[in-house]
Design a protein around this ligand. Structure first.
Ligand code: EPZ
Length: 428
């Protein structure tokens, strides 16, 4: 129930250090189930989605040693359960990775369906297609995904749709299967590559991650590894868009510029100056933004997880921009909140017509999902006056220390506690 209070209009100046990638961390942590030795994972973002994954690992018997806020040592040798309830899995999409990881460990998995941000239907038919191709019998009755195999045998799998989750889940199930698995039409996102690199550091034999054909030769045993998660491409892009919209001069540190190519290209088209360095980018904006068109696509296309943030910036640009959401059926729910702040946007299915306005008006708004919440933070930072953002739990799923990072570059932002009116405190 807590809120952010943002007194916007300040230019942002200074530097922001990017944390580890959420979508890599939520895949790499379940992957430790494929090994019975201690793995040390570093640069883990301290965010609520990662905490949910850690709690699941503990609940089935993993021993987890906290080295520091971003480093864990995990040992799964005593994990004996392959069942996860909806109470454990319904909080996020990435809980689906436990199907592939538990299947890879036990040839067995009973995992309640995942939750996750609401962009319309989020099926797992391609995940199941992959598990069945590897020889598993999968029963999915909407209450439970029940997968069972006498043994997993490598196979060729063509994904009908490019799917990050299916690519990752099939990789987790295939890495210790017998023989060769080929995933065709695979997702190429940086977090898919990071998982493959982590698994290979444990002794897996995966080739082609980052291309649309991934080959996995099953191995019998995976050993311990010390691994550092890549920086978060979307967190970096989010802060770049914030500087672009609010104005300022900020160095975004601890990034892999290659992962930001499409974001840098679009921000440059919109009139933002970006200087690239080895492990950082400098973003300079005088708030004079120009319209440009946007189409989100699987990597290396412009990432759908940056669409709300970029659309918000274009809503403040000079001219009309056309935004096409190429991945999700319904990822424009947040636009109603931007309209409350004075945006002039018309949505027609998977297309938004964005007519730039000179400025927004501060207002109380409500986050509808993780990246929508980030977009509202950007809108409030760019707008004179005090805006309130509620439902900030969505935002804190994916942005470590967002308040501190923004305050460090001059943003006037604070978090306030709002008691839950529906919560009855019975004095016992
Ligand atoms: C991952 O979700 C990310 N989540 C999402 O980021 C991201 O938006 C998405 O990939 C696309 O990049 C995590 O990594 C935890 P998909 P995922 O499977 O795996 C369809 C964020 O903000 N599809 O690549 O669920 C699906 O409906 C989150 O960090 C099927 O039809 O996405 C969609 O149209 C939000 N059948 C398209 O494929 C399937 O079995 C891409 O989905 C699977 C997917």
């Amino acid at each position: 129930m807590d809120k952010y209070i943002i007194n916007g209009g300040n230019y942002l100046n200074g530097s922001i250090k990017i944390s580890g990638a959420k979508n890599a961390a939520v895949a790499i942590l379940p992957a430790v189930l494929l090994c019975d030795e201690t793995c040390r994972i570093e640069n883990i973002p301290c965010i609520s989605d990662v905490n949910l994954i850690i709690n699941i690992l503990k609940s089935i018997g993993s021993s987890i040693k906290v080295i520091n806020k971003n480093t864990l040592e995990i040992n799964c040798k005593n994990v004996g359960s392959y069942t996860l309830s909806s109470a454990q899995t319904s909080g996020m999409r990435a809980s689906s990775y436990f199907i592939g990881a538990l299947l890879g460990r036990f040839n067995r998995a009973r995992v309640a369906p995942p939750g996750g941000c609401d962009f319309g239907v989020r099926p797992i038919d391609q995940h199941i297609k992959g598990f069945e191709a590897l020889g598993a019998r999968v029963i999915y009755d909407n209450a439970m995904v029940d997968a069972k195999a006498t043994e997993l045998v490598g196979s060729s799998i063509y994904l009908d749709k490019v799917s990050v989750g299916a690519t990752i889940n099939i990789m987790l199930a295939a890495v210790k299967a017998k023989g060769l698995t080929i995933i065709e039409n695979a997702a190429k996102e940086p977090h898919v590559v990071d998982l493959a690199t982590f698994l290979n550091s444990m002794g897996a034999d995966i080739m082609g991650a980052g291309t649309n054909v991934i080959k996995i030769r099953g191995v019998d045993y995976l050993h311990s590894s010390t691994y550092s998660i890549i920086p978060d491409q979307i967190e970096a892009g989010t802060y770049m868009a914030a500087v672009a919209a609010a104005g300022g001069n900020v160095v975004i540190e601890n990034v892999i510029p290659k992962h930001l190519e499409s974001i840098i290209s679009k921000l440059t088209e919109a009139g933002v100056t970006i200087e690239e360095y080895e492990e950082s980018v400098r973003v300079v904006s005088d708030k004079k933004l120009v319209a440009t068109n946007l189409l989100t696509m699987p990597h290396p296309g412009f990432p759908t997880d940056m669409q709300p943030q970029m659309t918000t910036l274009l809503a403040l640009a000079d001219g009309v921009s056309i935004v096409n959401e190429g991945v999700w059926d319904n990822r424009f729910r947040y636009i109603n909140q931007l309209i409350l702040m004075g945006a002039d946007i018309t949505v027609d299915g998977k297309t938004a017509i964005v007519k730039g306005v000179k400025h927004f008006n501060s207002a109380p708004v409500c986050a509808t999902d993780l990246r929508a919440g980030a977009a509202l933070v950007i809108a409030a930072l760019a707008t004179e006056g005090v805006s309130e953002i509620s439902n900030i739990h969505y935002i804190e799923r994916g942005y470590e220390d967002i308040i501190e990072k923004l305050k460090n570059v001059g943003a006037d932002i604070k978090r306030i506690y709002v008691p839950d009116p529906n919560k009855v405190d019975i004095a016992l």
